[in-house]
Design a protein. Sequence first.
Length: 120
Amino acid sequence: MTEQQPQVKMIVLSTDDIEESIKFYTETLGFPLKFRDGSHFAALDGGTVTLALATPLDHPIPGQVVVGIKTDDVDGAAKAIDEAGGGIAKGPYNDAHERRAVVYDSQGNGLVLYTSLPPR
């Protein structure tokens, strides 16, 4: 398998009111709703980038705008960020569908590194 260049695939915004945020972004700005997860997360179709709305329950770093970067090597990217003066907020881990790491760049900006896990 060839390693692909990392891609910005998601921007995660904080919200305390998922309903109001969905209404704002769909009705005011016209973003189509891709899916929602209860009252704590929604994904909007931003073309090549997903615009995610998340309450503190699902937000990787509540209160910050976080950029989601898809990479083939979550562990290697997290290690490189840590060694280059960034930081690791939550080390590489598997959730139901992805391998992820929540990190900070060298200026304190939040990033989520992720890759899809093979189907079980």
